[in-house]
Design a protein around this ligand. Structure first.
Ligand SMILES: [Mn+2]
Length: 410
């Protein structure tokens, strides 16, 4: 990531703050923390402003007398620990990557932050959505301690301030998404080629993980859904431990991550290489709706419009497929939203009722789920909103019936 890009982002953060306001963003903890996965995954907002992949650091940004004051706190190398943990990032390297010049060690944090906090009226922290049952996060712990000493400071979660920044993707961000999407597509095609009745769903997951890693991405953006047969009608099925039956449809909802930017793609295919007439009829309906909704994407259109149109189209399809007679019964077969913002979070921080702007990336994912017939179909593409409408970033990942049957049939 280049420094100018990071500086541009920090300038936008400056625009979000009033005088005497401060943003404080904690990096993710070292892996091994019960709250984090077994690999290190940087906090999205910390990475967004610093470009640094180091744990436990703190980014502090304040607006004082209409000027930005930027501090970064990083871990100190302890000579005795080098043999265990390796060298920590040096000041020089941290400056080189982040372009932030005022860097201190974490053991100076308490003293420095106390000084910085004196004139501050409002402090935005990356609190996130904490679980009431879990231990206090370091963010909550910091707020608790600081409140006692600075009772006049108002603490707020930083998400509202991040939304206008992170929802508009710049060229570099679109490139990361595109790479994540392309490589996810390669994994999906490998699954289609290698899936056989009698295999376990998690074997297909392994094929995907291998393909993603082989192509240079370290991990998926979220737990893969690999659902065969009736499992596809469970929307967030993540067990991936069933045996695949010979006439099953397989629903994949997967996405690799590239520099924290996530793909989010769903494809559904018959493991046999041939759709039954009924599977084909339902699939064709979902595919038509997927296309029609994608064509609606352009600046100025509210996400709720896409939702309404999807419900209308799905209802018509369900009547056509003789599944319902009364309109309001569509909910038995379609029960989720058609779209969400996509970015550093698979469900990015945009709101469900936001109005599309150039630079947004959203998903379009209609589906029909018929438990009684062991059919669950979802087709999801990732769409960039452009000046003249949209660009389908996942256009190359096969979804036409014939295309699928040709790939799968051996
Ligand atoms: Mn999605």
């Amino acid at each position: 990531m280049n420094i100018n890009l990071l500086k541009k982002r920090r300038k936008k953060l400056f625009g979000q703050l009033e005088d005497n306001e401060l943003a404080l963003i904690f990096a993710a903890s070292k892996p091994g923390d019960p709250d984090y996965p077994c690999y290190f995954l940087q906090d999205d907002n910390f990475l967004y402003f610093t470009g640094l992949e180091i744990p436990d650091a703190v980014f502090v940004f304040c607006k004082i007398k209409n000027k930005p004051v930027v501090h970064l706190f990083i871990e100190r190398t302890i000579p005795e620990m080098v043999v265990w943990e390796g060298e920590k990032l040096t000041f020089d390297k941290a400056v080189k990557i982040s372009g932030i010049e005022k860097i201190f060690y974490l053991d100076e944090f308490e003293r420095k932050i106390s000084m910085l906090l004196y004139p501050i009226s409002k402090c935005y922290v990356n609190i996130g959505s904490g679980n009431l049952n879990s231990l206090l996060s370091k963010q909550q712990d910091f707020i608790k301690k600081t409140r006692d000493r600075f009772p006049h400071i108002i603490f707020k979660d930083i998400t509202d301030k991040m939304r206008p920044l992170r929802l508009i993707k710049d060229k570099w961000e679109v490139e990361q998404l595109r790479k994540a999407i392309d490589i996810t597509g390669k994994g999906i095609v490998q699954i289609m080629k290698k899936a056989q009745p009698g295999m376990m769903e998690y074997e297909l997951e392994a094929i995907l993980n291998y393909e993603v890693t082989k192509n240079g991405l370290r991990h998926m953006g979220f737990k893969s859904i690999i659902a065969s047969g009736i499992n596809a009608a469970t929307l967030h099925y993540i067990n991936n431990n069933s045996k695949i039956g010979k006439n099953d449809l397989i629903l994949l909802d997967v996405g690799a991550a590239c520099n924290n930017y996530n793909a989010d793609i769903s494809r559904t295919f018959p493991v046999s290489g041939k759709f039954t007439p009924r599977q084909k009829a339902v699939y064709q309906e979902v595919l038509n709706i997927n296309r029609k909704i994608i064509e609606m994407v352009k600046p100025g259109i509210p996400l709720t419009k896409l939702t309404e149109k999807t419900v209308e189209l799905i209802t018509a399809s369900l009547v056509k497929l003789k599944l319902i007679t009364k309109k309001e019964d569509y909910k038995k077969y379609y029960m989720h939203n058609v779209s969400h913002h996509l970015g550093m979070d698979a469900h990015d921080i945009g709101k469900r009722d936001s109005i599309l702007e150039v630079g947004n990336v959203i998903t379009v994912e209609p589906g029909i789920y018929i438990t009684g017939e062991k059919i669950g179909i979802r087709i999801e593409d990732d769409i960039l909103v452009t000046k003249d409408g949209y660009k389908n970033l996942s256009i190359k990942i096969p979804k036409e019936i014939e295309e699928l049957e040709n790939i799968i049939r051996r």
